[in-house]
Design a protein around this ligand. Structure first.
Ligand SMILES: Cc1cc2nc3c(=O)[nH]c(=O)nc-3n(C[C@H](O)[C@H](O)[C@H](O)COP(=O)(O)OP(=O)(O)OC[C@H]3O[C@@H](n4cnc5c(N)ncnc54)[C@H](O)[C@@H]3O)c2cc1C
Length: 387
């Protein structure tokens, strides 16, 4: 029989299918690994094939463009750089859309530490979207709202992962002149369920409730730091804690590729051909590629794929220090631009323990961090001492 419905086991939770289904037979819910994923109500499904045809995993390809121009760059404004994850470029792109009375959609972390896409219409709200949240973002009604606004001839910026941008384009089915899309070079997305458990664990560890969480807090010693900053409510008091990237099991596991959605390891959007107008990433290896450029700043990599992107660049470049760069230099240290993060077999243990509800109890380090991670950390410490 010809395949006509999506496969919930191959889902990135983008919502394109749920918004397209004529009988509303598809809901997005957390699966056993805590990821947002499509669930089909078989009784309501009429096997029309619309969901299958709109799904970015089933249909989406990297049929986009290779970049026309590529730059290493960072914001001249240090405050904007410091509130962003790399050079703060997203902020200036977003401002271009706000200047045209448009709406910017991007990922925020709300007061319950849930990562979700929200619309922003004022510059003073842009801080809500700045910074990477290394967790799958809940898209909710974002795609449907964007379509309504575009049909109403409004300017829109959508910023998200490559799969989310493809999901949006598959859902819209046509090009809109006033839509600008930004995607990120992406190492994959960890599960919101796992993140919720992890922050609950941190709350217990520090005797309170985690009320704010910032990935990759900048520190004066490291321009591209992996420190995490949290705020903990303890009675009437709020205390701040910075957890070094080397001591944070969530970050360490993410970087070791044990937390990603299963689909991320097969990601077909990790390609030099992108469907987005603009691609943003960290410029890993900037010291080697362009030795005199960073001067202690966090450097972004910006790829401009389309004419729209080139025109945005013309408007924002006066806010930036920048330098043209090339493919060979970029790919040397940023493999995720062209290929998915590699699968780590220890992922099975990590999510197996999550499903059994083991996460966060006293065997936490043993089960979650795992023996291999302990050996890895030990090796790293020894190397540091030897250096
Ligand atoms: C899950 C994830 C994995 C990444 N992996 C890599 C990588 O392997 N290599 C690399 O070079 N760069 C990676 N990045 C991108 C990098 O961390 C910076 O976001 C990027 O360089 C932009 O930096 P900026 O300073 O210009 O803007 P910032 O202000 O830091 O970027 C903010 C933008 O990121 C979006 N965003 C934040 N969290 C999410 C999320 N969970 N889902 C969707 N969109 C989100 C916001 O909507 C906003 O548009 C990743 C980002 C994310 C979110």
């Amino acid at each position: 029989m010809e395949k006509c419905t999506i496969n919930p086991n191959e889902c990135i939770g983008c919502t394109a299918c749920a918004h397209s289904c004529p009988t509303e037979a598809i809901k997005i819910q957390k699966n056993t690994e805590g990821f947002l994923s499509a669930v089909i109500n078989d009784e309501a499904c009429i096997k029309c094939g619309i969901c299958f045809n709109v799904c970015p995993v089933q249909q989406g390809s990297n049929a986009g463009e290779e970049y026309k121009e590529a730059y290493a760059c960072y914001s001249k404004n240090k405050d904007i750089q410091n509130t962003s994850t790399s050079g703060g470029i997203f902020y200036f792109i977003a401002k271009e859309i706000l200047k045209k009375d448009g709406t910017v959609y991007g990922a925020t972390m709300d007061e319950n530490l849930v990562v979700k896409h929200i619309p922003i219409q004022k510059e003073e709200d842009l801080h809500k979207l700045q910074g990477s949240k290394y967790v799958q973002s809940e898209l909710g009604d974002t795609y449907a709202e964007i379509k309504d606004r575009l049909e109403n001839d409004e300017y829109i910026l959508f910023s998200g992962t490559g799969c989310q941008v493809t999901g949006l384009k598959q859902y819209l089915k046509k090009d809109y002149e006033k839509l600008l899309t930004v995607d990120l070079i992406c190492h994959g997305i960890p599960s919101p369920g796992m993140f919720e458990d992890y922050t609950a664990y941190l709350g217990k560890k520090y005797g309170g409730k985690v009320i704010a969480y910032k990935f990759r807090q900048k520190n004066p010693k490291e321009a591209q730091s992996y420190d995490t900053k949290i705020e903990i409510q303890k009675g009437a008091k709020v205390i701040e804690k910075t957890i070094s990237g080397d001591d944070d099991p969530f970050t360490l596991n993410y970087l070791q590729n044990t937390l990603q959605n299963k689909e991320c390891y097969k990601c077909k959007f990790a390609s030099l051909k992108r469907l987005s107008d603009i691609t943003l990433g960290d410029y890993w290896g900037i010291g080697e590629a362009h030795p005199d450029f960073s001067k202690g700043n966090s450097v972004s990599l910006v790829l401009l794929q389309t004419e729209k992107a080139l025109s945005v660049w013309e408007n924002i470049k006066s806010e930036l220090e920048f330098l043209p760069t090339d493919k060979e230099k970029i790919l040397k240290r940023n493999r995720q631009l062209a290929e998915p993060a590699p699968y780590n077999a220890r992922r099975t243990d990590v999510y197996g323990n999550y499903a059994k509800g083991r996460f966060g109890h006293k065997f936490y380090f043993k089960h979650f961090l795992g023996k291999n991670m302990a050996i890895y950390l030990l090796k790293r410490k020894i190397l540091e001492i030897l250096k």
